[in-house]
Design a binder for this molecule. Sequence first.
Ligand code: 13P
Length: 251
Amino acid sequence: MRKKIVAGNWKMNKTFNEAEDLLFNISDLLKENPVAGAQVLVCPPALYLELAADIAHENGFDCGAQNLSEHESGAFTGEISAAMIASTGAKYVIIGHSERRTYFGEKDDLLAVKVSQALKHGLIPVYCCGEILAEREENRHFDVVGGQISQALFHLSPDDFAKVVVAYEPVWAIGTGRTASPEQAQEMHAYIRKVLAGKFGDAAKETTILYGGSCNAANARELFAKPDVDGGLIGGASLKAEDFVKIAHSF
Ligand code: 13P
């Protein structure tokens, strides 16, 4: 079901005590000024998931992991399964972030398996897509993103597809301070919805599509005002409670 979401991707940041502080600070700010009509979500490093789930659920927000294994269980040293994530109380998992694609060689066929694995264990996939700068400059960004969407999501049943959240994160905007303009974001979000509609029909109208890439407290409102932008996946600005909660109030 389509909803407004502001999700914080903490990436590989925060020690245990820092993570606890950030979670309590977010909780305090949300208590003072509750966010109505949007889901707030934090995605800390996996080893803080149980802590985050406990604090989040007591305070009206949610949490998710940043990655998961494509395997069910077994001899995969260092990996974390969907069942493990679900058992912490986390509800979401980011899949296919550009940093996983770039630094860990994750490709769409693997990500398709990860999406299915998440759904099998009741986790909501936040499936990330987005082009690099050269692809946009060569005017290939629609083809690239369309391919990422079809290859990792088109195998899903209608029931499973209905649970998926998509995040459009142009790689050139991630951590660069160079945000997509609201018009660029809207154009791509509308395109993603069209690609999804080509496969899943009217169900695509119910898909939540988030924008990510240098989204912050100063620019979130104009991005979120666009009709196909249902919220944000926030990196750097999610590491400061005030900024993150301000973004969550930007609808
Ligand atoms: P920044 O907000 O730091 O650009 O990161 C975006 C991102 O990658 C969220 O997943």
